[in-house]
Design a binder for this molecule. Structure first.
Ligand SMILES: NC(=O)c1ccc[n+]([C@@H]2O[C@H](COP(=O)([O-])OP(=O)(O)OC[C@H]3O[C@@H](n4cnc5c(N)ncnc54)[C@H](OP(=O)(O)O)[C@@H]3O)[C@@H](O)[C@H]2O)c1
Length: 312
């Protein structure tokens, strides 16, 4: 089997590649950076430039499934021009792929699995969202995810199965939100934001990669939330992180205006609340290795905790 991945060089992509390689699946990947192109027998890189609609057609040869992860990070200051980049990088990546497929023999390609995000769900402290929710968050992020999913849906016109994976907060030591949350805690400066009641629907990076591959292997289509079965509030997340890192949380919560001053509009990410259900993928037979936060964090930081016991 051969899978083509966009954004394979990122946090989530690297973990998916690892899982696919464990299963002897060959990976082709598209990258904008020629220095990231490698050519091993099971991992072959190809150049593309989504902002110009360019893609090396050889990347499609022998491929059965496409996994689309490409997109500029949302963790940079949301200036007007960077917001455009966040949106365009996602929509243009999918358009470039579609244009390339339109013009080639794609008889072997059966499906596309595209990353999406739980930021599509309206900010709420009380609702519990599943994939049938029709309302979209009234924010920049809500509109990015909606247009991203619309662009993914267009592959149905080519006869492909389309799956959209609404990813929650990915927990990994190598990047994403967790190291940014853990750093202040490690410095005894951890604190929750605002009321701390906002829901954080998280997922361990290993579960996320397994979930993508499960969707590939089982030919699933439609929308799936990629969150662990037990979301927590931000206060609880901070408290558990403190416990796992063996550092007390003693500071009061940080008010919204302080973070708005520091981060501008991007501070929205810290205060948005989405409690999201994992039931749909579980009903399809997927089993989470890390359904609860504390064991998930222990798995990621456990070694550090043992070391800190020795030092302190
Ligand atoms: N991590 C999370 O918590 C989380 C949560 C929800 C959704 N997601 C979504 O899941 C996807 C993968 O996340 P990740 O954490 O692995 O992201 P990441 O580490 O930032 O990697 C994204 C990849 O996208 C490519 N990329 C970056 N800027 C781009 C641009 N302007 N145009 C086209 N491609 C670009 C890069 O590949 P090259 O440099 O090789 O081209 C990069 O390796 C992203 O789309 C993200 O929005 C992530």
């Amino acid at each position: 089997m051969k899978v083509l991945i966009t954004g394979a060089t990122g946090l989530v992509g690297k973990e998916i590649v690892r899982v696919l390689h464990d299963k002897n699946v060959t990976v082709h990947y598209l990258t904008r950076s020629t220095r990231k192109i490698h050519s091993d027998s099971n991992y072959k890189g190809f150049y593309w430039n989504p902002s110009k609609g360019e893609l090396d057609p050889k990347s499609l040869e022998g491929v059965q499934t496409i996994i689309n992860l490409a997109g500029a990070t949302i963790a940079n200051r949301w200036t007007k021009s960077f917001k455009r980049k966040i949106m365009e990088s996602r929509v243009e990546s999918l358009k470039t792929l579609k244009k390339a497929l339109d013009g080639s023999d794609i008889s072997g390609i059966q499906s596309i699995i595209s990353a999406s995000a739980i930021g599509i769900y309206p900010n709420s402290l009380s609702k519990f969202y599943d994939e049938s929710e029709k309302e979209v968050d009234d924010s920049f992020l809500g509109s990015v995810v909606q247009q991203w999913e619309n662009a993914a849906n267009e592959f149905k016109d080519l006869g492909l199965k389309v799956a959209k994976i609404r990813i929650g907060v990915v927990l990994s030591k190598s990047g994403g939100a967790l190291p940014k949350m853990a750093r202040p805690v490690q410095l005894y400066l951890g604190a929750a934001f605002g009321s701390g009641e906002q829901w954080q629907s998280w997922i361990h990076i290993e579960d996320l990669a397994q979930l993508f591959v499960y969707i590939v292997e089982n030919g699933l289509k439609g929308t799936f939330n990629a969150v662990a079965p037990n979301p927590v509030t931000q206060s609880k997340m901070t408290k558990i992180l403190g416990r796992v890192l063996n550092k007390p949380i003693w500071l009061p919560n940080i008010p919204k205006f302080a973070m708005q001053g520091l981060l501008g509009e991007m501070s929205y990410l810290l205060f948005a609340s989405q409690r999201v259900s994992s039931k749909r993928i579980e009903k399809k037979g997927f089993v989470f290795q890390y359904p609860n936060l504390e064991p998930a964090l222990m798995n990621l930081y456990g070694q550090e905790k043992k070391e800190s016991y020795i030092v302190e």
